[in-house]
Ligand binder design. Structure first.
Ligand SMILES: [Zn+2]
Ligand SMILES: [Zn+2]
Length: 565
């Protein structure tokens, strides 16, 4: 096919006498390329092309298939994409690679439909484990069960044969431990709740095994650290998951430094199949943070450290997100703020002045307010001090999740130029109970991605993997429908986005959120050659069909890292 076209370019070159310029390593032809560049034609709002020429890790040219013939040299590989849809690679602005890997290697409780099923999966793992070995896992969600009751330690004890067990809830902000695990963590009747956490108790004051937020830490401290090999195996599994689902860039919070060393190891071996911006812990000392930032070149576009992640609160599902008013279904409780505001403001200022980008996990409107207040003070101090940000004088401060927001808070995002890093697929999970937690009024201004866009706030989309599956198509579906996957339930449809808006948040928006909008997010000459080939045009498919999209090929830095069998 391609050879037949060579006459065109030979004539073309002969006519204009152009010297032969650089040749491509690969030319991808006969595709329907969604470039991400606004077009303003009657047919498409986004410019389409037909072919992409790649040289090294960047896009050399885009155009019609025959236009790119001139980039074909003797070594050039030509890949015919058979008319398939191509778009910029997905940039997941918020995920947890190491957790994703660990969860895949542990007891996977995603989608478990009852306590019995949880116990059955646990029992299988117990049977395969050595005596005394910790059994870890997660992904359970009691709101999917016939009886919406949290599991307790006695439920686990019956099937754990004395092995210590800790199982995370799907949101990662609550876990259930069995009796052996509580013993090893010295959590007893006499234990006090730590700041920002809660040990659930029965009527006799005995811990039930449910540990909320920071209360999980005592158990984690008792678990022997995973070996290097175990960590690496998990990360490799997670990276394969990303490649299979078209994620070419990952903004990752896996703060144990050993994970970063594994990324470096994989990079050296040529096995890093997604670009990683590795977030650091906000709570670490500025000296320690600077040391980590400087330990690997920021200019390395495959791997570098990124923003500092701090936690304002917990989760809505676990009733620990910090709210301005009490929970609609728990009148005594308005969540667990994790900082004293004065201390938070000081720490934020210190880190911004040291040139760090910061992203605060904030789910409740009180958590969001704490983050905005801290950012306002820090930005003011930075301006006065003429402090340098990660890029010029820009800091691009971010709020992660931003689920429960008041209209006033959304206006402040814009005022302070704060990025809203949101995960549309959370709505698919949360719509079953979000209104119970929030009541109708607050629920209506929550998960408010269109309100953010309408105010001119930059949106960056991600999944919070493994909290949600990493597949970006669930996110696109959620963003444009705000309906459950079976289409039966709908959550405040006024906040729906168009498919172009949703794709932008997942590509250019996420790139901006990590200061890399000049490197990626659009398929134009000079940008990194990161793109995906899909089995359908998601901009021309019904929402139900988008949900079923399959990735045919994932290309990172010009190299194919995944190809569907
Ligand atoms: Zn978070
Ligand atoms: Zn997260």
């Amino acid at each position: 096919m391609f050879a037949a076209l060579s006459l065109h370019s030979m004539l073309g070159e002969a006519q204009n006498g152009a010297p032969s310029g650089p040749k491509a390593d690969v030319i991808f032809v006969h595709a329907n390329v969604y470039t991400g560049v606004p077009a303003n034609t009657a047919f498409n709002s986004i410019l389409r092309e037909e072919a992409i020429a790649v040289r090294g890790d960047r896009i050399l040219a885009t155009g019609k298939t025959f236009d790119l013939e001139k980039y074909k040299g003797p070594q050039t590989q030509v890949v015919d994409l058979g008319g398939h849809f191509v778009m910029p690679g997905f940039n997941d602005a918020h995920l947890h690679l190491a957790d994703g890997g660990a969860q895949r290697l542990g007891v996977d409780l995603k989608g478990v439909k009852s306590l019995d099923e949880l116990r059955q999966r646990l029992a299988e793992k117990v049977a395969a484990a050595k005596a005394g070995e910790w059994i870890l896992g997660g992904g359970w969600d009691e709101t999917l069960w016939p009886v919406n009751v949290l599991p307790n330690r006695w439920d686990l004890d019956e099937v754990s044969m004395g092995r210590p067990v800790l199982l995370d809830r799907v949101d990662g902000h609550l876990a259930v431990a069995n009796t052996r695990a509580l013993q090893l963590a010295s959590i007893t009747l006499a234990s006090r709740d730590p700041q920002g956490g809660k040990i659930d108790r029965n009527e006799n004051g005995e811990p039930t095994g449910i540990l909320r937020d920071t209360a999980e830490r005592a158990v984690y401290a008792a678990i022997p650290p995973p070996t290097h090999d175990q960590l690496r195996r998990g990360i490799e599994v997670a990276l394969a998951d990303l490649a299979e689902h078209g994620i070419t860039s990952a903004q990752d919070y896996s703060p144990a430094w050993e994970n970063f060393q594994i990324y470096e190891e994989l990079e050296k071996e040529g096995k890093l199949t997604a670009r990683i911006s590795a977030w650091l812990r906000f709570d670490e000392s500025v000296e320690e943070l600077a040391k980590k930032r400087d330990s690997h070149p920021q200019s390395d576009l495959m791997l570098h450290t990124g923003m500092l992640k701090g936690f304002m609160d917990g989760s809505l599902g676990g009733h620990t997100a910090a709210l301005l008013q009490p929970y609609a279904d728990d009148a005594q409780n308005s969540g667990l703020p994790r900082y004293d505001p004065a201390k938070l403001n000081d720490m934020t200022k210190e880190r911004v002045l040291a040139g760090f980008q910061i992203g605060f996990h904030a789910i409740g409107d009180r958590g969001v307010q704490m983050a905005l207040d801290a950012f306002a003070e820090a930005e003011k101090a930075a301006r006065e001090a003429h402090a340098k940000g990660p890029s010029g004088d820009e800091f691009r401060l971010r709020i992660e999740h931003a689920q429960v927001t008041t209209p006033q808070e959304i206006a402040r995002f814009k005022e302070l130029n704060v990025i809203a890093s949101m995960q549309p697929s959370h709505v698919l999970t949360d719509m079953r109970w979000a209104q119970d937690r929030l009541g109708p009024q607050r629920a209506a201004t929550s998960y408010a991605w269109l309100a953010m866009l309408n105010k001119g706030v930059t949106l960056a989309f991600g999944t919070d993997y493994p909290v949600e599956p990493v597949a970006p198509f669930r996110g696109l579906y959620a963003a444009i429908t705000r309906k459950s996957e079976n289409g039966k339930q709908e959550y405040f449809p006024e906040q729906r986005l168009t498919i172009d808006q949703a794709i932008a948040a997942y590509t250019t928006g996420s790139a901006f959120a990590e200061f890399e909008e000049k490197e990626k997010g659009k398929l134009v000459p000079g940008m990194l050659a990161d793109f995906v080939v899909l089995d359908r045009d998601v901009t021309a498919s019904s929402p139900e069909k988008i949900l079923a999209t399959k990735v045919l090929r994932t290309v990172v830095a010009g190299k194919t890292v995944y190809e569907a069998k």
